[in-house]
Design a protein. Structure first.
Length: 132
């Protein structure tokens, strides 16, 4: 990556273990797509006043050539997101899918040529007339 990873915590205490986990996920994305320019990750604790505990929202911003890919995992009804590690893993799975789609489009633009149409009869007749 050309710019340093930025990790932010909102509504929760910063955690070295969580930051390490996030760095591991980013390294996996870099192994998949080496054109990654930058990455910003935000982990936010959303305080709930219901029976559930606090749910975590994860925002990931991937900077790639010519585009920014943004992933937000907002766990409105997913109790698994009470665990911040699950929320982060879910968000990075979604980021990987977006990065795969982006990489596929980039490869497609580079390698897909327009299919050539067979020459019409007029072009073939010109060649015959020139050889006479």
């Amino acid at each position: 990556m050309q710019t340093a990873l930025q990790v932010r915590f909102h509504g929760t205490d910063p955690s070295a273990a969580m930051e390490f986990t996030i760095r591991e996920h980013v390294q996996k994305l870099e192994q998949f797509y080496d054109g990654l320019i930058g990455c910003q990750v935000s982990l936010e604790s959303r305080h709930q006043h219901h029976r559930q505990g606090n749910l975590f929202t994860v925002h990931i911003r991937l900077i790639v050539p010519g585009e920014e890919l943004v992933v937000t995992r907002n766990p409105e009804r997913d109790p698994r997101h009470e665990d911040p590690y699950v929320a982060v893993s879910d968000a990075f799975r979604a980021a990987r899918r977006q990065l795969e789609e982006y990489a596929g489009k980039r490869r497609g633009k580079r390698h897909q040529a327009k299919p050539r149409q067979p020459d019409s009869g007029a072009a073939a007749q010109e060649v015959e007339q020139q050889s006479d």
